[in-house]
Design a protein around this ligand. Structure first.
Ligand SMILES: Cc1cc2nc3c(=O)[nH]c(=O)nc-3n(C[C@H](O)[C@H](O)[C@H](O)COP(=O)(O)OP(=O)(O)OC[C@H]3O[C@@H](n4cnc5c(N)ncnc54)[C@H](O)[C@@H]3O)c2cc1C
Length: 230
């Protein structure tokens, strides 16, 4: 069997955090399975989240008026994206599964991870027109969002004050992952670890490790418009 490759894009400042522990468990379990695991530790790398002129090396396509999307697309075609982006794109290209590990910030991912999405998943690399959604350029790859929350599970239900968790997952799972062609696995959510007991936190980590043992047998969730909220 060919070696499976996993990229973990990880956004937490503190290695001793629950996110840090979840990342470590994933590295250990997947490595034990014989997978090649690469971690992009965004804070440690001081990953630049801003989309700027610096992302394009050399001449611009339209120097008279800067349009990031157009310039990044052209630079992607010409191999003139900045080295840090090319490095991340290489990791994505090699990966069979990409795990995003992060704490929920404002119903979304931390800015440093959103910046990774903005800068790495550029047109021409992750999608093009009409190559998006089921025909996105990253099809045949799996993606999984693994995150922690401040709010408890009951808050993220239909009746809860924050509403159904699927509403906030929709932009990330459908708008980004599915748009780029990824098959999306069910999210791994650790609700409110800060307010949990030590045993509950340990159980969160054990469940994640257990799930990863059979991760390659999982079927993707339905991320299509007509299936997602059913
Ligand atoms: C800007 C911002 C925006 C936010 N927006 C939202 C939002 O929209 N919605 C929402 O719900 N929340 C929100 N939050 C809260 C945030 O999501 C949580 O604080 C975060 O998810 C908690 O995860 P953590 O890894 O940082 O927890 P930590 O506090 O690092 O970890 C929790 C506990 O687990 C312990 N731990 C770590 N490893 C282990 C281990 N191996 N075994 C046992 N215990 C361990 C840690 O020591 C700690 O005591 C926001 C926070 C910020 C800063």
């Amino acid at each position: 069997m060919t070696e499976r490759k996993v990229l973990i894009v990880y956004a937490h400042q503190e290695p001793k955090s629950l996110n840090g522990s979840l990342k470590t468990i994933a590295v250990e379990e997947l490595s034990k399975q014989g997978c090649r695991v690469t971690v992009s530790d965004l804070y440690e790398m001081q990953f630049e989240p801003r989309t700027t002129r610096k992302d394009i090396v050399g001449e611009l396509y339209h120097p008279e008026q800067f349009n990031y999307g157009v310039e990044a697309w052209e630079a992607c075609k010409n191999g003139s994206l900045s080295e840090d982006l090319i490095k991340e794109q290489r990791k994505v290209k090699e990966a069979d599964l990409v795990i995003f590990q992060f704490p929920l910030y404002w119903f979304s991912m931390p800015a440093i991870m959103k910046g990774w999405m903005d800068r790495v998943l550029v047109q021409g690399f992750a999608h093009d027109f009409p190559q998006c959604y089921d025909s996105g350029l990253l099809k045949n790859k799996l993606a999984l969002l693994s995150f922690t929350t401040g709010g408890g599970k009951e808050m993220y239900s239909d009746e809860g004050v924050s509403g159904d968790i699927r509403y906030l997952l929709w932009p990330m799972q459908h708008g980004i992952m599915h748009f780029c062609g990824f098959s999306v696995l069910a999210p791994q959510i650790c609700f409110a670890p800060e307010y949990a007991t030590e045993e509950e936190r340990v159980q969160m980590l054990v469940s994640w490790g257990e799930r990863l043992k059979t991760i390659w047998e999982e079927k993707p969730i339905n991320c299509a418009v007509d299936g997602y909220f059913k």
